[in-house]
Design a binder for this molecule. Structure first.
Ligand SMILES: [Fe+2]
Length: 144
């Protein structure tokens, strides 16, 4: 029997009410779902072919995340959001996290995919709740 993953997904509580950002967030969660198909057992270390596939996913994820972050930061800038610097720092740290996962995949010290999926999904979930939702509230209240 193959092990069942239990990753976090996009939940309705994460809706910002800013349609482009919501669509992008949902697409990022869907992209994390590709991790589940890399291996029949999410709890074991990846073999070489699976590692290559995972690196492709990380690469696509990085591209999408970078586009999303710059779109989001632009909206924050336009709204004169005082939390922009903090957001940029958080976004940079997340990109560093992905780079670290890539390095671990390449040097054979990566954790099983269930953990990679879980930690990335947890980051998105917490980031949207703690940092993006307050922005959506600010934007609505300031009418920008
Ligand atoms: Fe953000």
């Amino acid at each position: 029997m193959s092990a069942k993953p239990n990753p976090a997904g996009f939940s309705p509580e994460l809706t910002l009410g800013i349609s482009e950002l919501d669509a992008q967030h949902e697409a990022l969660f869907a992209m994390l779902g590709r991790i589940d198909a890399v291996s029949p057992d999410m709890y074991r270390q990846l073999d070489d072919d699976e590692t290559d596939e995972m690196l492709d996913i990380m690469n696509d994820l990085k591209d999408s995340v970078m586009q999303h972050f710059s779109f989001e930061e632009n909206l924050m800038d336009e709204a004169d959001y005082p939390g922009l610097d903090e957001q940029q720092d958080a976004h940079e740290r997340f990109l560093d996290d992905i780079t670290r996962v890539e390095a671990e995949l390449m040097n054979g010290t990566s954790v099983p995919p269930v953990k990679i999926h879980g930690s990335l999904a947890d980051w998105f979930d917490a980031h949207i709740r703690e940092m993006d939702l307050p922005f959506a509230k600010f934007r609505k209240e300031s009418g920008k």
